[in-house]
Ligand binder design. Sequence first.
Ligand SMILES: [Zn+2]
Length: 277
Amino acid sequence: MLYTLSFCTKESNKDQKVFQKKAAHKTQGKNIKKEFTFRFYAELNDFLSPERKQKPFLQAFKTPISVRETLESIGIPLSEVDMILVNEKAVDFEHQLREGDFISVYPVFESLDITPVTKARKTPLRDPCFVLDAHLGKLAKYLRMLGFDTLYRPDIDDDEIISVSKKEKRIILTRDKLLLKSKEVSHGYFVRAIDKHEQLNEVIKKFDLYSKFNSFTRCMTCNAELIPKKKEEIAGKINPETAQFFNEFYYCPHCDKVFWKGSHFERMEKQILSLIT
Ligand SMILES: [Zn+2]
């Protein structure tokens, strides 16, 4: 982590001198707009046009202007931003920019501890519970299977996603960039992968969930927590053959269903775990 950050800072150091000179030169005269240099790192480049990706670029804004206003105007969802450096000093979204400033913007490094230098958000995103948009049904099932509290309904709309995210401190996972650009969203992540297996892999990596797997604790259908039951407690709900071969049972109080770790579950678990690299 330290290596990554110091590498990025070193790079921006060099860029900074060149661009500050350019900015100062260009803004001499009667131009009322002031120029600033921006550099976005890692996956934040997904929100930029090709000519702006992975390199510093100049953009002029009328001043006074805050970091928040410039990022919104450039099209970066604030929920994806975790650290902002202005001339190498960490600042928050409300920081007022001055002519010639060099702004380096880093994505949410959920898996990395950068708390000491993070100012963009007061409380880091550490609680792995989620609300998913209507297109991520399969991903929701997989996350539930691994034990993660995952809210999903095929008919959920954007307003509900945002309100439940705020109320229950859930991280929004979505394939909709517009949703993340809402000012109401503070905890959100744009899922890049399209394939459901790759989506799971991406989310687990992004939020460093490896040590938090807790399989068979949550209903894959409704997200309710499963309750371990003894065989005699659920005797009327399973067929005699199942009762003969299995001893561990789990009950979903919401769906009124009983589950057990049969071959189907084991096959699926193996398959899912093999996908996570
Ligand atoms: Zn259920």
